[in-house]
Write a protein of this length. Structure first.
Length: 133
């Protein structure tokens, strides 16, 4: 369960053509553990979202983890329906500082025990889908 614990930045809200747009919200969630100690640190969760009539919401999310050795940052997307999140639990993070050149895959489906795997290079480029005859 994601629990905002400390607001870093309060976002703005604006309704345009019936769509509620939230921009600039950021907070640090409670985390109780990471699977790799290099991913421990202060996690900041930033979100911009559009809520459509009927309650469906589409969001862009950026995760940033800062610690004494460096930082990790990456983005993903989320869909919310009736307050429940869907498909926002995985992100690819890029290392900075002592982690420069490293990439981390992070799964936040359990905020109490976040799982991460660190790789020495980025993943391969996405393949081109073949044309179907």
């Amino acid at each position: 369960v994601f629990t905002p614990s400390h607001s870093v930045r309060t976002g703005t809200f604006e309704t345009v053509d019936g769509i509620l747009r939230q921009r600039g919200d950021a907070w640090t969630p409670w985390m109780t553990g990471m699977s790799d100690p290099r991913l421990d640190g202060t996690l900041t969760y930033s979100e911009d979202s559009d809520r459509y009539p009927g309650g469906h919401e589409f969001a862009s999310v950026t995760y940033r983890i800062d610690n004494d050795e460096g930082a990790w940052e990456g983005s993903t997307h989320a869909v919310k329906e009736g307050g429940a999140y869907y498909a926002n639990s995985v992100a690819l993070l890029v290392g900075e500082g002592a982690y420069d050149g490293l990439h981390a895959w992070m799964d936040t489906s359990d905020w109490g025990a976040i799982h991460g795997v660190i790789f020495p290079a980025p993943p391969p480029a996405a393949p081109v889908a073949p044309e179907v005859p």
